[in-house]
Ligand binder design. Structure first.
Ligand code: ADP
Ligand code: MG
Length: 608
């Protein structure tokens, strides 16, 4: 007996759906992209229960005929390409003809659609790939797509969904990726009858401001620098953030031909342009739009992947780097570098975590330059010169690498009381390290991390005992968290209070801050709150214990001595003594090195 048979379409579609529609956010993305492909100028998105019960997209695009509406839900049914060659000249977001077929396999779908030229539109209801109803209907021009009860017939998928808060965050993420690159379209998004975003049509910059400028303490427009570069190969335009506003939670977006993409290699080009300009642990925001001939890129990869291959990425890297660098230079953040001095520079570039160097430091240290000042240099040479020219790559051949510090190395020497091994007074170097001579070696301490480690214990204790010591503010401040973060703040409200923040909700999205943890001292309360928020953003679904740890660490980091602060001998001695009393002081909770012990053996290795 033959046993091979074709799967029924409904089953095949359900399997395919697993690839394309993984969560409400991916469904939303497909629907909105279809609206844009249909030339919509206004797209309304209606979400209920983070998309679990309803995802509805209403557009004023070209609509579909009766036959097309029916066809659209078949697998590999598309109006956008007709032959393989079209794949290389794509001008639409969709082209696979898989989305609607996938969606209707795992949800109850109801669509109403009408073309301008038709008097009556079509109503079509499909559930689990079965057509339930199709009839003429009076409706507005365009398409109104209602997707109800997503995954109603795939319990495994349903269970796989995260909390509403997380699913909503995913939806917002997809939404941002689309609206940022379609500023000419008006978007309205509601969740459970509440308007979250009403974005008017405008320019790229107006759209960025409308999305991210809310509640910002200084206008977003003043934080962005225009970039532009036009060459035969590629047009690049967009905005990069001023280094002072770099944060731990930057907005970083690349788009190519009006499509969001991830591109680690180009990201590196941008980061290289900022080298030496950023404060510790911060990263710049950027919104960079590439326009390139469609045949020079390949989007024909996995439907949910956002990586896009460029034929000439090796050539684009230096263009992008130079464009960003030039823009930062015009903004007076990068002193222009005399090409002639470059070859003679011997100083290593400090890593990007270093304190913002002064202009003269930068001149000495930065061996990077604009490649286009000398056209005789090939792209190939460029690549060798630019990325990651840091301490390690410059010196790795000459200097034996010290052992990576883990809590176990070199312990034998310091057995017993660490106090007894202290020999002499500590001193500070490079504005960030404490050097403590020991009887049998040296200890190097990162002042900020080590101090944070000490504060961490106190913060955690306060948090657990719900008794953060509050210091009332003379002038209460208003904390604008923005609508996107509102649910997160509401959820963590108790923890903020436990740590010693005296905060009360004012209106949706803003809080009155009347007191701060005494530990924070004179630090800016709003900056600290924002930093803590950034750090706990990803804690959804984490165990309470781990969440407390994160929160305490975020708080400790905000309060800890910054880099660049000069320390007195007394302060340093005190810090060393307290570190020695702590069990484990070399690694911070997130796993960064706080202190390194160099015993005489390790030091000896340097002199072999
Ligand atoms: P693709 O977008 O890859 O072509 P989809 O399954 O997303 O595949 O859509 C199938 C077809 O349905 C599209 O090619 C388009 O012709 C039609 N369609 C889908 N959504 C809309 C819409 N909102 N307005 C007009 N036509 C649409
Ligand atoms: Mg599509």
């Amino acid at each position: 007996m033959d046993i091979v048979r074709l799967l029924p379409d409904s089953v095949a579609n359900q399997i395919a759906a697993g690839e394309v529609i993984q969560r409400p956010a991916s469904c939303l993305k497909e629907l909105v992209e279809n609206s844009l492909d249909a030339g919509a100028t206004f797209v309304q998105v209606i979400v209920r229960d983070a998309g679990r019960t309803l995802l509805q997209v209403v557009d004023d695009g070209q609509g579909m005929s009766e036959t097309d509406a029916r066809m659209a839900f078949e697998r590999h049914a598309t109006s956008k390409i007709s032959e393989a060659a079209d794949l290389f000249s794509l001008h639409t977001m969709g082209f696979r003809g898989e989305a609607l077929a996938s969606i209707c396999a795992v949800a109850n779908v109801e669509v109403q659609t009408r073309r301008e030229e038709d008097e009556l539109g079509t109503l079509l209801e499909i559930s689990g790939s079965q057509v339930i109803r199709q009839e003429p209907v009076q409706c507005a021009k365009g398409t109104n797509m209602r997707v109800k009860n997503l995954f109603y017939n795939v319990p495994a998928r349903r269970r796989f969904l995260k909390t509403d808060q997380t699913e909503m965050r995913n939806i917002m993420q997809e939404f941002f990726r689309i609206v940022l690159v379609n500023p000419q379209v008006r978007f309205l998004l509601t969740h459970n009858d509440e308007i979250l975003w009403d974005l008017k049509a405008g320019t790229d910059k107006q759209r960025i401001e409308a999305v991210f400028g809310k509640g910002a303490r200084n206008p977003y427009s003043r934080q962005l620098i225009d970039i532009r570069s036009d060459s035969e190969l590629v047009h690049i335009h967009g905005f990069v953030g001023v280094p002072e506003n770099a944060s731990r939670n930057p907005q970083q977006y690349f788009f190519v031909n009006r499509r969001f993409m991830r591109h680690p290699y180009f990201h590196k080009a941008v980061m290289t342009a900022y080298q030496g300009l950023l404060r510790n642990d911060t990263n710049p925001s950027y919104f960079i739009y590439f326009d390139i001939a469609p045949e020079a890129i390949d989007v024909n990869i996995h439907p949910t992947k956002t990586e896009i291959k460029f034929a000439d990425e090796q050539l684009i890297f230096p263009i992008l780097l130079a464009t960003v660098r030039e823009a930062l230079g015009k903004f007076n953040v990068v002193p222009s570098i005399d090409f002639d001095t470059v070859g003679k520079v011997e100083m290593p570039v400090l890593n990007s975590n270093s304190v913002i160097p002064s202009a003269s430091d930068f001149l000495k240290r930065n061996p990077l330059y604009n490649p286009f000042h000398d056209s005789s240099r090939s792209v190939h040479e460029w690549q060798r010169e630019t990325p990651d020219r840091n301490w390690q790559t410059l010196y790795s051949s000459a200097v034996p690498q010290p052992q990576v510090p883990v809590e176990t190395t070199a312990d034998s020497l310091f057995e017993g009381d660490y106090k007894d091994s202290v020999a002499g007074t500590p001193y500070q170097t490079a504005g960030r390290y404490i050097v403590q001579p020991l009887t049998q070696g040296l200890m190097l301490i990162d002042q900020h991390r080590a101090h944070a480690l000490l504060l961490f214990d106190q913060c955690l204790k306060r948090l657990k005992e719900h008794n953060g010591e509050v210091q009332q503010l003379l002038f209460p401040e208003i904390w604008d968290v923005g609508l996107e973060d509102e649910p997160l703040v509401r959820e963590s409200f108790g923890c903020f209070r436990d740590m010693g923040f005296d905060i009360e909700p004012l209106t949706r999205g803003s809080y009155n801050v009347a007191g701060v943890p005494a530990l924070l001292g004179s630090q800016n309360a709003l900056t600290a709150l924002q930093q803590i928020l950034d750090d706990i953003r990803e804690t959804d679904g984490m165990a309470a214990e781990e969440r407390d740890n994160r929160m305490a660490w975020a708080m400790a980091e905000s309060a800890a001595i910054p880099y660049g602060r000069k320390l007195s001998e007394e302060e340093m001695t005190d810090m060393v003594a307290r570190l020695f009393q702590r069990t484990g002081f070399r690694i911070t909770p997130p796993g960064k090195t706080a202190a390194v012990l160099l015993d005489s053996g390790t030091i000896g290795n340097f002199f072999q």
